[in-house]
Design a protein around this ligand. Structure first.
Ligand SMILES: NC(=O)CCC(=O)C(=O)O
Length: 279
């Protein structure tokens, strides 16, 4: 089964949800004419990293964002992986992804687990605690947010549950573009899944962002890659390829989970004591 993807690699107006909603609405109206199955938005697309003003601009319980994407999804009969937004909760603000299906139903929600200290997230945001699993177009999907891609264990946990497509939404800065490309390819190869990664373009007062949204197949080949500029990246993916690659090299069957757990807990007798004595 083939699925047509469109990643909106937007520039984001700093701390201006109303302006960003207008931009997204206009872009989705334009792209919907090409009949994509799934539209993907970047991380924190309503506010950007205007973290000091979250009290004013974060979305109370995500209510406004959910209603906004539900309406667009229904109007254009398209699934939307709606990047993430700052969601105000009783326990603080989270960096939260919402997913709406073609009928306008919210079918997934995920709050970023790993907070990125280099961009001060730990000072202003709370981390989530639930996994980002959902189903779209009969495909089992996982959603993670930016810095999360540096934690292969977290992504593997989703893949072990049967995910075939990994959505990554991001505000990834330009100086680490090579990390972005390499980490995404590694996540695709080691999990034998499609990776659909939507980054933002442009800059804010603290960072220039990398763009380079990517679609990578389960063999690690790049299907499509954007430039640094604001644009829409489109690609067609063939879900049958996931099973083909997983059959060819059966890494999920070959995993030695008990050995990994024992090794992490330092229970393996084979580890030389002198190893731990080195400073
Ligand atoms: N918004 C983010 O989580 C950025 C992560 C990042 O830049 C990294 O190098 O990791």
């Amino acid at each position: 089964m083939t699925v047509k993807i469109a990643c909106l690699q937007l520039d984001i107006a700093f701390g201006n949800p109303a302006e960003n909603e207008q931009r997204v609405e206009k872009e989705i109206e334009k792209i919907a004419k090409d009949r994509p199955d799934i539209i993907v938005l970047p991380e924190l697309w309503t506010t950007g990293y205007d973290l000091t003003r979250l009290d004013e601009i974060a979305d109370e319980d995500g209510t406004r964002t959910k209603a906004f994407i539900q309406k667009l999804a229904k109007t254009h009969h398209v699934n939307i992986v709606a990047g993430s937004v700052a969601k105000k909760t009783a326990n603080g603000v989270t960096n939260t992804m919402y997913i709406a299906d073609r009928n306008g139903a919210i079918v997934g929600e995920y709050s970023k687990l790993h907070l990125f200290q280099l961009m001060n997230e730990h000072l202003y945001l709370q981390s989530g605690e639930k996994m980002g699993l959902f189903t779209l177009e009969n495909a089992r999907c996982a959603g993670v947010i930016c810095y999360d891609i540096r934690f292969p264990e977290w992504i593997r946990a989703h893949m072990v549950q049967g995910a075939e497509v990994l959505f990554v939404v991001a505000e990834w800065p330009l100086p680490r573009l090579s990390h972005w490309r390499t980490l995404l390819a590694a996540r695709a190869i080691e999990n034998q899944c499609y990776v659909i990664a939507c980054n933002r373009a442009g800059s804010d007062p603290n960072n220039v962002f990398a763009g380079h949204s990517l679609v990578i197949d389960p063999w690690g080949e790049i299907v499509a890659e954007a430039s640094e500029q604001p644009c829409t990246l489109t690609a067609q993916i063939d879900l049958a390829k996931v099973n083909e690659v997983r059959k060819q090299i059966p890494i999920f069957a070959d995993r030695r989970i008990d050995d990994y757990i024992a090794a992490e807990k330092n229970l393996q007798k084979s580890v030389d004591k002198s190893f731990h004595n080195h400073v």
